[in-house]
Design a protein around this ligand. Structure first.
Ligand code: THR
Ligand code: THR
Lengths: 160, 160
């Protein structure tokens, strides 16, 4: 399939939420998202990377996701309750973020589109906080203050 | 947009790679993927969740991704070299994994498809190692031995 990069998009209506240090065992991700779905909260991207071990060799993980700004308060309350139940480390909400994405098709990561995107942001000194990829969209969460610079850099890199 | 779940897919040709404890500063993600793109390595999903702090309050992060099995050895060598250069903690390769995905459209996570997927896997006692979502695909990395059980559970949950 041909690699086509069609556009750059920005989303300023997301906040980043992480529940940190949850037990890495079956059923945890399910509990987190059932608690939100039940409350009609709009979750955009969900990202969970590989687990790690605590000093006592317990397997733990962090689950990060983004929700609409209007849902930040409610999400925080729900997750704080869950955090106590699961004995997780903490709940972090970061509001000053933006999601920038390259959209297109055939963008399997070996095509180099992802590394070009990361390099374009790096050259502007923009730190990448979260990454999520699919064939049609490669998204990076960055600080909100950098969004204009990021979109310009990406439009330039991909001739858009 | 209407939520449509069209199918369950499995990918047994992926291995999970993580470079753990890289400095969380601009340019690191770019370096990681430039080093792989340059070697023609086929990267499938890239996942990076939120950064954390070391005891000395240095910001670090882990970058996880999957590559084709045939590229595992080469990837390991490239990343080990990079790990030393970046003074990152470790490179972890896990081969006994499978990626299972729900594919469809309009699957923004608030639709509840993601939490139903996680719950279906949890009910079978299947641990979810990595999560990545998009409008058209929600993917979970699990242990390879669980793939048959996972696909059956998902097909049942979504009437496929
Ligand atoms: C951390 C969380 O994803 C857990 N591994 C689960 O399967 O639910
Ligand atoms: C960790 C890595 O993604 C880093 N934050 C970067 O921007 O490259």
């Amino acid at each position: 399939e041909e690699i086509v990069v069609r556009g750059v998009t920005e989303d300023l209506d997301q906040v980043k939420v992480s529940i940190v240090g949850v037990p890495d065992r079956p059923g945890i991700a399910a509990k987190v998202f059932e608690s939100l779905t039940g409350e009609d909260i709009c979750v955009d991207m969900i990202i969970q990377s590989s687990a790690r071990r605590t000093k006592k060799s317990r397997a733990i993980n962090d689950i990060s996701f983004t929700v609409k700004r209007q849902d930040a308060e409610k999400t925080k309350k729900i997750l704080e309750t869950l955090r106590r139940r699961l004995n997780a480390k903490e709940v972090i909400i970061k509001e000053n973020i933006a999601k920038v994405s390259i959209v297109g098709s055939g963008m399997r990561t070996h095509s180099g589109v992802a590394s070009r995107m990361f390099s374009a942001l790096a050259r502007k000194g923009i730190n990448i906080e979260m990454i999520s990829t699919s064939e049609i969209k490669i998204s990076c969460v960055i600080e909100k203050k950098n969004v204009k610079k990021a979109v310009e850099a990406l439009a330039k890199e991909f001739n858009l």
